[in-house]
Design a protein around this ligand. Structure first.
Ligand code: FMN
Length: 268
């Protein structure tokens, strides 16, 4: 990711592509991409797949020739690991002008799982097309974005807290964390559910998940969203010169209903 902070607001999911194949250079760059080590220690595998060769289709995607599949063993927190690694990869693609959108539901799953050579103990929670965005979105995508309010996010104060969940964080008081938190706010999430809640405590940011969706055979998709949020916070923090490490150290704060602690970003 370059020093340009613009990605926080300009990144959008892309479902309408211009039909061109990825250039040789972009294909090689994506194939060689190495994500930062996943803090949960779960091995995550990415694979570029030719749509035609494997019969990969999605009812919401137009004009994509290539997909990126991702899989991991069903280990504790594998969903967050997949979200963290795959979102880092998607932001790397975005930085090269390559569009993506994570798809959990809108794909012919069995063809994707076969193409990923999925083993019985593995899960492929999502896959994404990779390609060049078309000049204009399809009507279907435009309507979909409206329906899901994809261009809106919950207010800052309802997602981020200071010291505990009883203390909403005023963006004006967020200091150096303002941009990293804004990067979390504008992150993608399944059905734009925005299940992340973050509590700021001195030089630490605690990540929580507020569940609104049921667990499926694919695992807890909203935990995957939390992994995405981790990638966004870490990248935007690095752009502020704030480096840190992810560590599991539950501060034991009282939590609202359906909310659980996941991980902490501790400033190094
Ligand atoms: C885990 C996950 C699963 C998703 N699954 C789908 C899907 O099945 N179909 C789809 O069209 N979009 C899917 N999306 C895209 C979201 O709808 C999109 O990120 C959200 O509406 C916000 O829009 P934005 O990414 O343009 O900001 C998924 C996103 C995530 C993170």
């Amino acid at each position: 990711m370059d020093a340009n902070k613009d990605w926080i607001r300009s990144r959008k999911s892309v479902r309408t592509f211009d039909g061109r194949a990825l250039s040789e250079t972009d294909m090689q760059a994506l194939a060689a991409y190495e994500a930062p080590a996943d803090p949960f220690g779960v091995p995550v595998t990415l694979r570029l797949l030719n749509a035609q060769e494997h019969g990969l289709t999605s009812p919401v995607i137009v004009g994509a020739q290539t997909y990126w599949g991702v899989k991991a063993p069903r280990a504790p927190y594998f969903e967050a690991a997949v979200g963290y690694v795959f979102e880092n990869a998607c932001l790397f693609a975005f930085n090269r002008g390559v569009g993506t959108v994570m798809l959990a539901a809108s794909l012919n799953r069995s063809a994707f799982e076969k193409a990923m050579d999925l083993q019985p103990d593995e899960v492929m929670p999502v896959a994404s097309p990779v390609g060049y965005p078309a000049a204009k979105r399809s009507l279907r995508e435009t309507l979909m974005r409206k329906g899901i309010r994809a261009d809106e996010r919950k207010p800052f104060e309802s997602l981020f807290f200071q010291g505990g969940f009883d203390q909403p964080l005023d963006p004006a008081q967020a200091g150096v964390w303002a941009d990293p938190l804004e990067a979390v706010r504008w992150a993608p999430s399944a059905a734009n559910g925005q299940p992340w809640r973050l509590v700021l405590e001195a030089d630490r940011v605690h990540f929580y998940e507020t569940r609104t969706m049921k667990e499926s055979p694919l695992g807890d998709i909203q935990l995957l969203d939390v992994g995405i949020a981790m990638a966004h916070l870490e990248l935007a923090a690095a752009q502020q010169g704030l480096t840190g490490v992810f560590t599991v150290a539950d501060p034991g704060l009282p939590t609202p209903e359906n909310t659980r602690y996941v991980i902490t970003f501790a400033q190094a």
